[in-house]
Design a protein around this ligand. Sequence first.
Ligand code: ATP
Length: 317
Amino acid sequence: TGPRESTVPPRSGSASSVRVEAPGKVNLFLSVGAPGPDGYHPLTTVFQAVRLIETVTARRQSAQDHGTVTLTLEEPDADVPVDESNLAVRAATLLAQTTGVSEGVDLLLRKRVPVAGGMAGGSADAAAALVACNALWGTGLSLPELSALAARLGADVPFPLTGATAVGSGRGDLVTPIMTRGAYHWVFALAEEGLSTPAVFRRFDELTGGGQPAVRDVPEALTAALRAGDTRALAASLHNDLQAAALDLRPELAEVIAVAEEAGALRAIVSGSGPTIAALVEDPGSAQRVSRALKASGQVADVLRADAPVAGARVVG
Ligand code: ATP
């Protein structure tokens, strides 16, 4: 694949801004292995990109701002840093350093993925920033080159570049797209307080003595369900090794799962490292009933509905 991938438009020349959208994700399957000598857990996962869309607009700076990367949130949020620790800022900085660009950029970020919810919103922002700056600066990196940079920013950053549905191996950063049919409908129950991904992995290690020596392969039943577009079969195959750890840290999430399933969800599971609960439903009507029941339960901070799969990071303006 060359530099003319659909996500990587040709040199933009004099465009003064580039707007990019990138999706959040849900893990349909997550098997976690024992950490290696580097401390990282090997894992096998199936990512599905959901229609909760982050938007990053990269704006060219005036000459006097030369070389700085700034970030503004469309809606200020105390839980999202706007300094150099923001993943989108780190992504732009890494791309500039790698390609020798001395120009800076002003990033504007609109968030729709819940923060610290186990849905990789920050990773989507980083992926979007890579694609936006690559176009703005005309650095012309190919999708595989951007994926390699993405993996240096975090294990979950390569997937939102690709989007749709994919198997993640290694630390989740080695992404292989898989064939699926149809649309799936999700209801996401948000918690008031986020969960730290490292804290969930630590509890996982405490509960399991470090995880299984070898990660499990993606079950054939799950890939067959996706190929067939069979929502019920997919529901039966959903699995998350981190669920027990997340429920141990937040016992009240078990009640949220029960509410969703009693209201007709085919299955409800912890999304990634949580605390978001992802409920797979048969159709939009069921999504409405599950959503209503979750809101009425008083157990959740908010409820979002989204269909899936959707495309990876792409230039929209
Ligand atoms: P993952 O599922 O990849 O582990 P997550 O979805 O649980 O991640 P994020 O919302 O991506 O969590 O971010 C977790 C933390 O990272 C936040 O609490 C925040 O302090 C920090 N952070 C850095 N950059 C961002 C960003 N662009 N958006 C949100 N949080 C960010």
